[in-house]
Ligand binder design. Structure first.
Ligand code: APR
Ligand code: PHB
Length: 389
């Protein structure tokens, strides 16, 4: 098979890029190792920046998001004693959209066939070839048969564990990493949220987050040491811990219910440079990971895909190779700012095992400064709502 862009991975990055390229009249095919139901079974964060919302609007795939998503004009930081509200709408004039990433993936997935976007699920042993040439290819196996896709470009949208990033020689690359000494234990339940806006709490027992998927479905997290086993966390234990860490006011409004999903996810900051090598462009988690504090993962994938689509469109329309060459620097400039924000918010809101009284005093001082400074709140608000693309 011959196409213009071979996309590896049908997560949000791959599907979004596929739809955007298709809308520009650029031929592409998406290769996904898993089956569609498996992809939809992954529960991820749920706060969309303007860039993500506007790409769904541009594709005309925003109807369900607009009907079911919850626009939020603010969120809260809790420091054990008070709620510090960050008025994102008042400070930036913009809102975020609370809508699960799983739902975004579903909307993109369901629109693929009607729009002629070819997505091949169950593609095994995907391998990249000749990425330093102008005619790279991807091979894969499906139902026992070998296949080859020849393309002008390959887009590596295959997440942190996919083969794309690994195809770039290490001599041409640089990796930056920070692994955190805790994970987030998440619980999803069909109960009304305890608050109409998100609450990120720094309590002496650790971090907690009260989030939501809708007015009847809640998503909560507590941080736990990486040695914890999910089997040791009964639903009751999770609810008890949330009630303590979120503070008495939120606790009074928590409705408990059975977990629809409960799991522990490690936290990591990671950046791979460059995001392009030869004819291969990396987008989303294949090139970078952020800790979930701030919910930047999907939104960064969306901005990468926006830049990648812009570069590939310039190439196919005007034979403009410079924009392809410039893709990595453009995407990375935004990636690093989101990395910085996610890391800062993680450091501010978690108790690190190695932290002593000095580090704790710094957290107290910073939260107190944020509570009293419109400038500090504005900085947080503009990062939370999403920096310009
Ligand atoms: N061959 C084909 N597909 C692969 C392979 C492979 N060898 N390895 C991984 N994939 C697929 C995965 O099965 C997955 O569907 O690539 C996709 C990558 O999707 P995500 O991990 O969701 O990554 P991305 O699309 O970059 O998502 C960006 O959205 O879902 C969130 O946590 C994610 O915040 C991140 C953001
Ligand atoms: C979520 O709703 O799952 C969520 C929200 C905000 C975050 C992380 C996760 O920062």
């Amino acid at each position: 098979m011959k196409t213009q862009v071979a996309i590896i991975g049908a997560g949000p990055a791959g599907l979004l890029l596929g739809h955007l390229l298709k809308a520009e009249g650029i031929e592409c095919v998406v290769l996904e190792r898993q089956m569609g139901d498996y992809v939809l079974g992954r529960i991820r964060a749920g706060v969309l920046e303007q860039i993500t919302v506007s790409l769904m609007e541009r594709l005309g795939l925003d109807a369900r998001m607009k009907a079911e998503g919850l626009p939020h004009g603010g969120f809260n930081l809790a420091d054990g004693e008070r709620l510090i509200r960050i008025d994102i709408e008042g400070l930036t004039g913009k809102q975020v959209m609370v809508y699960g990433q799983t739902e975004i993936t579903r909307d993109l997935m369901e629109a693929a066939a009607p729009r002629g976007l070819e997505v091949i699920y169950g593609a095994e042993d995907v391998a990249l070839h000749d990425i330093e040439s102008d005619l790279p290819s991807v091979t894969y196996r499906k139902d026992g048969a070998e296949h080859r896709v020849e393309a002008r470009f390959i887009a590596g949208c295959d997440g942190f564990h996919g083969p794309s990033r690994k195809a770039i020689p290490s001599s041409a690359a640089r990796e930056f990493e920070r692994v955190y000494p805790f994970g987030w234990l998440g619980i999803l339940a069909d109960v009304p949220p305890c608050n109409n806006e998100l609450i990120y709490a720094n309590h002496e027992r650790g971090f907690a987050l009260a989030s939501m998927r809708s007015e009847t479905r809640s998503r909560y997290y507590v941080d736990v040491p990486l040695t914890e086993k999910i089997e040791d966390w009964s639903d009751a234990r999770v609810w008890d811990e949330l009630a303590v860490r979120l503070g008495p006011e939120a606790a009074a409004s928590i409705t408990r219910g059975p977990a629809l999903e409960k799991s522990i996810a490690p936290l990591r900051s990671y950046v791979f440079e460059p995001m392009r090598h030869g004819s291969l462009l990396l987008c989303g988690d294949s090139a970078h990971i952020v800790p979930p504090t701030g919910a930047k993962g999907l939104n960064l994938a969306a901005s990468d895909v926006f830049y990648a689509c812009e570069a590939l469109t310039a190439y196919f329309r005007r034979a403009d190779n410079d924009s392809v060459i410039g893709y990595s620097a453009k995407a990375l400039a935004r990636v690093w700012k989101s990395e910085r924000f996610s890391w800062t918010l993680t450091k501010l809101m978690h108790r690190f095992p190695d932290d002593g009284p000095f580090e704790r005093a710094m957290q107290v001082a910073e939260l107190d400064y944020i509570a009293s400074s419109v400038a500090a709140q504005t900085s947080i608000a503009e990062n939370y709502v999403g920096l310009p693309v």
